[in-house]
Design a protein around this ligand. Sequence first.
Ligand SMILES: C[S@@+](CC[C@H](N)C(=O)[O-])C[C@H]1O[C@@H](n2cnc3c(N)ncnc32)[C@H](O)[C@@H]1O
Length: 223
Amino acid sequence: MVGLLTLGRVVVAGGLMTYVARQCRKPSSVLGRSLARGMNSSHEPLTRWGLSHITIAPNASALDVGCGGGRTIETLASLATEGTVAGIDYSAASVAVARDRNRGLIARGRVRIEEGSVSSLPFPDETFDVVTAVETHYYWPDLSNDVREVLRVLKPGGTFTIIAETYRGRTNDWLYRPLMRGLLRATYLTPEDHRRLLSDAGYRDAAVFIEKRRGWVCVVGYR
Ligand SMILES: C[S@@+](CC[C@H](N)C(=O)[O-])C[C@H]1O[C@@H](n2cnc3c(N)ncnc32)[C@H](O)[C@@H]1O
């Protein structure tokens, strides 16, 4: 009897963890919307650190891919004060939260947010000076092709920045690896894998920055 009860608890806990993991990959429910809002706050220090590695001109045209709840869009708009910012996410729930957060900027024509996949960006070639991807590249379906698709929409000289909360080989990797590979079914790359990912795709001067204590990674490449 006790054994059955324990087994039941393990099954329920496992199901719950899988459900939350799926909502991180693609928010779709009430929980997904609230996760997107929560990530707006929890990813803020990481995003600020990552953006400190690039220069954003006041008149820049920027795109945030996998924009989630839209906080990075708002930050980009505050840096590109005379520019425009686009956001894209394949989750309708994320797009709804991001639009709600940025409604003032959308009304002023500074921001537009669309539902769509990184694999087929709904923008012409050479549209953006800056493209960012915060805590999202792990989930992209075909990472090599997807970073090439980002390169297509970058203007010559434009910057692509991947910012992420963890990387393969970080401190306590043994804890993160099963979570990333098993539960989240995420692509889990080393710093060198990240650098090679961008240079093999055709980016210039690909560079990787590490915040070792927190296990953060920021990868920058130029068109
Ligand atoms: C963990 S959330 C991070 C959201 C946001 N960038 C942040 O820092 O809070 C990952 C987001 O990436 C989006 N995403 C994942 N795969 C995607 C894809 N192939 N194309 C577009 N968006 C994607 C998800 O829908 C989700 O909103």
